[in-house]
Ligand binder design. Sequence first.
Ligand code: ADP
Ligand code: MG
Length: 397
Amino acid sequence: MAKQTVRDLDLTGRKVLVRVDFNVPQAKDGSVADDRRIRSALPTLSAILDRGGSLILVSHLGRPTGDAAADAPFRMDRVAARLAELIGRPVVKADDTVGPHAQAACRALQPGGIVMLENVRFNKGEKKGDPGFAKALAGLADCYVNDAFGTCHRDEASMVAVPEQFPPERRAIGFLVEKELKILDSLLRNPKRPCVAVMGGAKVSDKIGVIENLLARVDRLLVGGAMTYTFLKAQGHSIGQSKVEADKLDVASRLIQLAGDKLVLPQDHLVASKPEAGAETKIVSGPNIPDGWFGMDIGPATIAAYVAIIKQAATVVWNGPMGKFEVEAFSRGTRSIAEALAESPGVTAVGGGESAEAVEKFGLADRVSHVSTGGGAFLESLEGKAFNSLAVIPEEG
Ligand code: ADP
Ligand code: MG
């Protein structure tokens, strides 16, 4: 069963509180460094306006400390300004979330109008899921829409207690959340086969639950990134100076056992004399990294093998860079995997903070089926977790 969406709501003349995830990356001066999360919400926002509704938008931004001066860069003003540019309509920015400014702006709101509330995490009640705060926020609007996929794994007030304040027929998910859920469903439930997962990134410990859950569903799980060396060490190989989680060797051994021949480890490596730009590099074949060298990327034979497996696949899910891609000299593995996904005619999905960043950086984001806007939410979904924020949205029909 699918969740009720904005399509199912009666919107004419209604004020719609949309929980968006406008927690955008910011430059040092606080400006919007990447507006993908804002652009991703536009289909939902435009649909509501086109159907005679008005918008009250609420989001968090950054990690406010409670100190007004220090938190100034986390005010929503620049996000509101960028949204106004992208949507081509004025956006009224309220200087509080549920206080007199917000109340006045929402009272004055006409069909087609847009109010952006102040950073929801400036309010202590948000993290605590406080019912008083939830009532005040819900009281500004007639309906509630969750289009904040990147926050769906959180139980904060604006995600759970606020929608609970509305009658069920006035709660829905937006098109972004709908799209994210659809692709996850096609990955996890009955994927087209062969189905391949590519896992990399910094730590095995972040991804144990994901690897376990995916092993039960995929045909192959290709490993790269720094987590490789914890697996190799668990198998008794030498890993030189490579990153390793020494306290996770037993976990890695257990995953190897569980996986049988589904788990594929790199057969060669790009190693460096130092883990930074400008270091001496060489290719090492086989599972052992020489003393004094750092494993920084998968090697050319591994790239060729992984690309061949991805080419055969009907479904590919990828999380975690294959190497320290931020340094050009260590980026070839990650770039090659991104290109292989881009060229695949199958369903291809990428998720995770740095993974999404890599695909964007290589200019390939539009050529995969889906780049998730959720880091933590995407990973927890791949672990098979269910979210309270979605449980409060009724099923369709
Ligand atoms: P995601 O955010 O996509 O889930 P992670 O947070 O798990 O990914 O890991 C991303 C980080 O892992 C990247 O910043 C990358 O530099 C780092 N990384 C990947 N491989 C290596 C490696 N071999 N050595 C050092 N760092 C690595
Ligand atoms: Mg990350």
